[in-house]
Ligand binder design. Structure first.
Ligand code: HEC
Length: 116
């Protein structure tokens, strides 16, 4: 399972020709930043099954990457919170969307892990 997720992510990344250590930036630019970003669709309950598995793969890759600052254990917990929330939404758990909105809080994560 994990292996599949990683190879999928690598496939996605090589298309974008980003270096391996740009995994986090790549996820941000593709799935967090755009007006119609996938993360926004999840919060609104509009994400399709394909959207959710794309995000899951992205967050699993992000968990394995090293952020510019902050504690690696806490980083993994932040990523796990995102992963768990997406899995809840996939399982049609009604609390999934609110869990996700909490986990995807931009500022809460950037304060601890994003460089200047
Ligand atoms: C779980 C933690 C986490 C969450 C949640 C998060 N980010 Fe980030 N974000 C990061 C980290 C870490 C970086 C720095 C990556 C680097 O410089 O390698 C970053 C960088 C970025 C960047 C700069 C990318 C670049 O090209 O340098 C943008 C834009 C961004 N985030 C947007 C968002 C938005 C919008 C949200 C909320 C919807 C969000 N992020 C939520 C961790 C997070």
């Amino acid at each position: 399972m994990k292996k599949t997720a990683f190879s999928l992510l690598f496939a996605a990344i090589s298309i974008g020709s980003a270096a391996a250590d740009d995994v986090i930036k790549d996820v941000m630019k593709k799935y967090h930043k755009p007006e119609d970003a996938l993360c926004k669709k999840v919060g609104k309950g509009e994400a399709t099954n394909a959207d959710l598995s794309t995000l899951l793969t992205a967050y699993e890759g992000m968990k394995g990457a090293t952020p510019p600052k902050g504690d690696k254990t806490v980083w993994a917990e932040k990523c796990d919170a995102l992963i768990a929330a997406v899995k809840k939404v996939q399982a049609k758990d009604a609390t999934g969307a609110s869990d996700f909105k909490k986990a995807v809080n931009c500022k809460a994560c950037h304060d601890g892990f994003k460089g200047k």
